[in-house]
Design a protein around this ligand. Sequence first.
Ligand code: NAP
Length: 299
Amino acid sequence: MRRIQLADNFTFSQFIQGYWRLLDWDLTPVQLVNFAKQHIELGVTTIDHADIYGDYECEAAFGQALKLAPELRQQIELVTKCDIKLVSDKSPQRQIGHYDTSAAHILASVDASLTNLNTDYIDVLLLHRPDPLMNADEVAEAFNQLQQAGKVRHFGVSNFTPMQFDLLQSRLSNKLVTNQVEFNPMNMQCSADGTFEHLQMHKVAPMIWSCLAGGRIFGEDSAQANRVRATLTQIAEEVGAGIDQVIYAWVLKMPCNPLPIIGSGNIKRIQTAVESSAIKLTNEQWFRVWVASNGHNVP
Ligand code: NAP
């Protein structure tokens, strides 16, 4: 498994394990320890969480596993996120979901994540969604406090446009280490709106969420999904691989150094995903997926 440098003396595994769907996997803490050990064994050491996953319960489920096997903490890089406030039974006074990038919320959210994850540091903290009310100076102050306290080692963002990224970066002394964005054959926006070019320019490797469009590519009955599936099936036959592997190879062909986040809780699928890094698509194969997605040829 390739290691990708994000900062001095700090790397991620090229493939990352996403834990958004952890509660769907229905694992006991012991089974979760085994699952984590298996993907670490495959080289997938970077783990993606968010405070809100599983209605605020995924981090704590993972923390229980870390309590059972504390030696795992040194073998992984833990990513988590803050800034979304969900409508939840846990906050009955909240009337609508919204974002909150105030220093008070960022600091409180990190303290809750540390407790839930059963760890004393987070490797990378991301702002989960761009907040129109974000005061970049206030976020920078919160980030400084967290770093000085040893609670968070590095910072990044998620779903940010280049302008939103640059605004926050302009107030920070350290580089934002990533922008976690969606990219897949059903949603190619980041390759068309300057997001990937901006990250390539600044040598910032994006984490890619929902590479498989959340599984929709395999079963959705829409014109776009049917076109994409047919094209992926042809290419999979040409390269002797599975459709999911062709998708990961298609994502990895982007020159901005993308880091796919695997969403599956099935270790065989994780292994298959990791093996797809050996598949090299031609430019024409990449564009056949582009054409299938858009439903028309390039202009
Ligand atoms: P994904 O890989 O696009 O989708 C995973 C889903 O696809 C799972 O339900 C999986 O089921 C299913 N799947 C995988 N292979 C399949 C196959 N061959 N046939 C049928 N179904 C298949 O990823 P994702 O879960 O949407 O997202 C990945 C990670 O990105 C999340 O865990 C989270 O960490 C992160 N994320 C971040 C944001 C953000 O805003 N920053 C948003 C969404 C997600 P099985 O488990 O049964 O394999």
